[in-house]
Design a protein. Structure first.
Length: 210
């Protein structure tokens, strides 16, 4: 299945640079800190996570379905501190063998996949026993007012303008429902200042299979 969002890809490429300058780079660094061995990054976008992988990672398979973002990802892979291979693929059908990765990284991708449960089953499939799921996502708000704003956004223009992104998904609950145990979880607002928007509630954490 082809996935092409050229306008969103151009906007996202610029926005991701601004996000990193506003503090997202620190979150990306925490996301992959301490990883080892072979890693599969799902929906790797334009490769903003790649500079932060530690030298203990022996290789990253970066999967991205959108052609323009994938081209930028290939360019970013050339300067990555660890070996990176880039592949086309969907979160729901990863081009990866069973039980072949020490970690799966999900970064700002579960908001836009058509089916979170299927994507998380794929993450389970490719993880080796004892492997980790690392996630950095924007999620449903904890406050009623912002939750209402998220529902309005999701029912109107937000998914159309943002390549299928939904702001009101309870992603942490979905990770647990997929059979993972969340062992680390940090909730925060991003950006940290200004009026909270529909996509401002974020989580960063680690989950494992029991």
């Amino acid at each position: 299945m082809a996935v092409s969002h050229p306008i969103f890809a151009r906007v996202f490429a610029r926005a991701s640079v601004a996000m990193d300058r506003a503090g997202a780079a620190a979150h990306r660094r925490r996301l992959v800190a301490g990883l080892r061995g072979r890693v599969v990054e799902v929906g790797a976008g334009n490769g903003r996570n790649l500079p932060h992988y530690p030298s203990t990672v022996t290789g990253v398979l970066a999967v991205e379905p959108e052609p323009r973002l994938r081209a930028a990802l290939r360019a970013a892979a050339l300067d990555a501190p660890v070996p990176v291979s880039v592949a086309a693929g969907l979160a729901e059908a990863l081009p990866v063998a069973d039980a072949s990765a020490e970690a799966v990284v999900l970064s700002l991708v579960l908001c836009s996949v058509p089916d979170q449960a299927v994507a998380l089953r794929e993450a389970r499939r490719v993880l080796r026993p004892g492997g980790q799921l690392r996630f950095y996502e924007h999620v449903v708000a904890e406050t009623p007012g912002l939750r209402r704003a998220q529902r309005v956004a999701d029912a109107t223009l937000w998914p159309l303008c943002c390549a299928g992104c939904h702001t009101a998904r309870d992603t942490v609950a979905a990770i647990r429902a997929a059979g993972f145990t969340v062992v680390e979880l940090d909730r925060f607002r991003f950006p940290p200042t200004g009026v909270p928007g529909p996509a401002s509630p974020h989580v960063l954490g680690t989950a494992v299979l029991p």
